[in-house]
Design a protein around this ligand. Structure first.
Ligand SMILES: *[C@@H]1O[C@H](CO)[C@@H](O)[C@H](O)[C@H]1NC(C)=O
Length: 188
């Protein structure tokens, strides 16, 4: 019980200020999108996507210029949505070499003390060969992907069941109308 306040103290400088999916999947030739969410305080700061095993030594691939404008480097683009405190990274035309460790990071401009560092969150990218329904797989790690999953479960599935029910329903009145037609005969 005393651990959590201690952790909170350790966390104070940058912990939880940036969150993202721990892993995302894509298919060869497909694309994937990563959503990273930041604290209000980081609105207007440069956001960047960095590749490497460690966040301190990763190579910057794309970086925003503190604006809500897409920045692109080849097949990779980044866009900040300041109103949602979110930035997205899109990797297109994926190939096997794209798989690996990446980081969502925020460039802090006021680094005066040695202890402060750019907030970062690790995102492991995997690339699978095709033959998987790309729409489902590519966005699995993103809110959009889970939204689609929820859509699948809460909308499409009931819709499917509803259609199944409708089919059964359609075949039912036929039987009952048949019975009604036969009723006059029964009354006579
Ligand atoms: C990413 O993969 C590395 C190596 O497999 C692993 O050590 C690390 O914990 C993973 N990171 C996340 C955020 O899952």
């Amino acid at each position: 019980m005393w651990l959590s306040p201690a952790l909170l103290l350790l966390c104070l400088p940058g912990c939880l200020s940036l969150t993202g999916p721990s892993s995302v999947m894509g298919t060869m030739g497909g694309s994937l999108r990563v959503w990273c969410q930041y604290e209000k305080a980081y609105k207007g700061y440069n956001k960047y996507w960095c590749r490497g095993k460690y966040d301190t030594s990763c190579d910057i691939i794309v970086e925003t210029k503190g604006e809500e404008k897409e920045e692109r480097n080849g097949r990779v683009s980044i866009r900040d949505y300041a109103d949602d405190f979110t930035f997205t990274v899109t990797m297109e035309n994926l190939n096997a070499n794209d798989a690996g460790s990446y980081w969502c990071k925020i460039q802090r401009v006021w680094i005066l003390d040695a202890l402060s560092y750019d907030p970062s969150v690790q995102v492991n990218v995997s690339v699978f060969p095709g033959l998987v329904v790309t729409f489902e797989v590519t966005d699995l790690g993103s809110p959009l992907g889970s939204a689609h999953f929820l859509l699948l479960v809460f909308l499409k599935l009931p819709l499917l069941l509803g259609m199944l029910g409708a089919v059964l329903w359609v075949s039912r009145p036929q039987r009952s109308s048949g019975r009604r037609q036969s009723q006059p005969h029964e009354n006579q």
